[in-house]
Design a protein around this ligand. Structure first.
Ligand SMILES: Cc1ncc(C[n+]2csc(CCOP(=O)(O)OP(=O)(O)O)c2C)c(N)n1
Ligand SMILES: [Mg+2]
Length: 329
């Protein structure tokens, strides 16, 4: 780690900052473990890690209330952990075991939770965007003030169905927050090579949807912007766009050779902008925590993740006749 340059003072409480630290660290350690299990051949199929992007979902979940909906793409483990889904259930789904949240039959990209209002896990790029607006439509129809956090990527933002959804969401003033996680790449294609403007948040202008760009490596900046977006939606003023500028440290998926960017680019981001290190520095600088306190948190989280991994290894594989359950035809 590079030497810290400046002391970061904050008005945020010790409790709140520690909670953000814990939530982000849980995602980081969980994903590192998932990467290891994948390397050991215990996880089959696709596996897209969220490492580097933790501040986005943790900052936004801090603005959510009971009843709000959330859904995202295939890069979904962090979203599930952040809304409180069981780490063991998520990990066991990755290894295809009966204890998994889809009984081991969905895998990394296909998990749901009615209890936590998590509506997937979507493998088709941008497919979740109209669904997110549909969930917002249902809440508006029922007359409550819930919002729908609809996450998608910079690559997905070039899809036609996003603009059809913007039009309808604006027309019907739906309480949907379009969260664009701009991690600068869509598989191996950098945003400069695929998009006419680096500022995706402006793309709602034609529909009268307000939008803003947010520093996605800062959990506090994300939370602050999220509060504005949530207040707008709960007040019945229609949709809102948050383009959260972030970065993924790992490849697009576990099978990505990552030839489209340099190691130095990734290293620079890790050293200078890491969302967890930023909060760690704040906790120490503000004397909210000692190095020992932080070590204890790390130890707790490692225990949770190890327990999840043990469960994912020992939960039985689905029985053969499970092939014929939970299917349409
Ligand atoms: C409709 C469709 N087209 C293409 C693909 C293949 N594909 C999977 S992920 C991806 C890139 C999406 O990038 P982005 O939206 O930036 O999300 P990120 O992976 O960076 O989180 C593509 C093209 C797909 N799954 N679905
Ligand atoms: Mg992307």
């Amino acid at each position: 780690m590079a030497a810290r340059k400046s002391v970061k003072k904050t008005n945020v409480s010790a409790e709140e900052l520690t909670e953000h630290y814990r939530s982000m660290l849980l995602i980081r350690r969980f994903e590192e473990k998932a990467g290891q299990l994948y390397g050991m051949g215990l996880i089959g199929g696709f596996c897209h890690l969220y490492i580097g992007q933790e501040a986005v979902v943790v900052g936004l979940e801090a603005t959510a209330k009971e009843g709000d909906k959330r859904l995202t793409s295939y890069r979904d483990h962090g979203h599930m952990l952040a809304c409180g889904m069981d780490p063991g259930g998520v990990m066991a789904e990755l290894t295809g075991r009966t204890g998994g949240l889809s009984k081991g039959k969905g895998g990394s990209m296909h998990m749901f939770s009615k209890e936590k209002n998590f509506y997937g896990g979507h493998g088709i790029v941008a497919a979740q965007v109209p669904i997110g607006a549909g969930l917002a439509f249902a809440d508006k129809y029922k007359g409550n003030d819930n919002v729908s956090f609809t996450y998608f990527g910079d690559g997905a933002s070039n899809q036609g169905q996003v603009y059809e959804t913007f039009n309808m969401a604006a027309l019907w003033q739906l309480p949907v927050i379009f969260v664009i996680e701009n991690n600068q790449y869509a598989m191996g294609t950098s945003q400069q090579r695929s998009s006419v403007t680096p500022d995706i948040y402006t793309r709602g202008e034609a529909f009268g949807i307000p939008g803003e760009a947010v520093d996605g490596m800062s959990v506090l900046a994300v939370k602050e912007a999220g509060e504005r977006a949530v207040a707008h939606c709960r007040a019945g003023k229609g949709p809102y766009i948050l383009e959260v500028k972030t970065y993924r440290y790992r490849g697009h998926s576990m099978s990505d050779p990552a030839k489209y960017r340099t190691r130095e680019e990734v290293q620079k981001m890790r050293e200078e902008r890491d969302p967890i290190e930023q909060v760690r520095a704040m906790l120490l600088d503000n004397k909210y925590a000692t190095e020992d306190d932080l070590k204890a948190i790390d130890k707790d989280i490692k225990a949770v993740v190890n327990e999840a991994a043990d469960f994912a290894r020992t939960s039985p594989e689905p029985a053969l006749d499970e092939l014929w359950t939970d299917i349409y035809a």
